[in-house]
Design a protein around this ligand. Structure first.
Ligand SMILES: Cc1cc2nc3c(=O)[nH]c(=O)nc-3n(C[C@H](O)[C@H](O)[C@H](O)COP(=O)(O)O)c2cc1C
Length: 181
């Protein structure tokens, strides 16, 4: 039986692919679209998937504490993530609750110095500047934040040659439910 044909194997494949996204730089799950709720409506941006934990159904994103998404999460912790995997025709949509951890020294020490410079810098993200060189990057652990996102719901679509399949999975049992595509 193929992986997309049963609810448990489809769910397992979702987490296998997310794990690949964490480990393999070129994998399409590496760069999900990450959504927050802003005062202006939905706010979307690309991020790097930094970690997953399939037992707790969480995923992790790193960001600058001064970025808009942190203010948005502090106001409303509901977030979303979207991944499209063209080679296996799979769409993953996740709803989650985000928790902010600031300046974690363990995670910080694992980031190469050339990558640490995206957390910090002056002026802060989104500040108007006269031209691009008017921004100075800087590695500042106090500006390094981890968003640990606890998934509460997932909506999965597989575009098979014979059949389009769609399933919704919800906490806490994650048994899944087929729905019309
Ligand atoms: C390929 C790619 C990967 C990115 N990865 C991250 C990331 O992991 N964390 C992050 O905060 N911003 C990342 N960004 C920048 C965001 O897309 C966004 O521009 C920035 O975080 C500001 O978003 P905000 O103002 O909505 O907070 C990435 C951008 C691109 C194009």
């Amino acid at each position: 039986m193929s992986w997309e044909a049963s609810l448990p194997s489809l769910w397992q494949r979702v987490w296998d692919e997310l794990e690949q996204g964490v480990c393999v730089a070129a994998h399409p799950a590496r760069r999900p679209t990450f959504a927050t709720i802003s005062a202006d409506g939905p706010a979307l941006r690309t991020v790097v998937l930094r970690g997953i934990d399939r037992q707790s159904c969480t995923f992790e994103v790193h960001t600058d504490t001064a970025s808009r998404k942190i203010a948005e999460v502090r106001t409303d912790p509901r977030v979303g993530a979207h991944v499209w995997l063209p080679e296996i025709a799979l769409q993953i949509r996740l709803w989650a609750i985000a928790e902010v951890t600031e300046a974690d020294p363990n995670r910080w020490s694992k980031i190469p110095p050339k990558s640490q410079i995206v957390y910090g810098g002056s002026p802060t993200p989104g500040t108007p500047i006269s031209e691009p060189r008017d921004h100075t990057p800087g590695a500042t652990i106090e500006r390094f934040a981890t968003l640990t996102c606890r998934v509460t719901r997932a909506d999965i679509v597989h575009l098979g040659q014979d059949l389009h399949r769609r399933a919704v999975y919800e906490a806490p049992d994650w048994s899944g439910q087929w729905v019309a595509p």
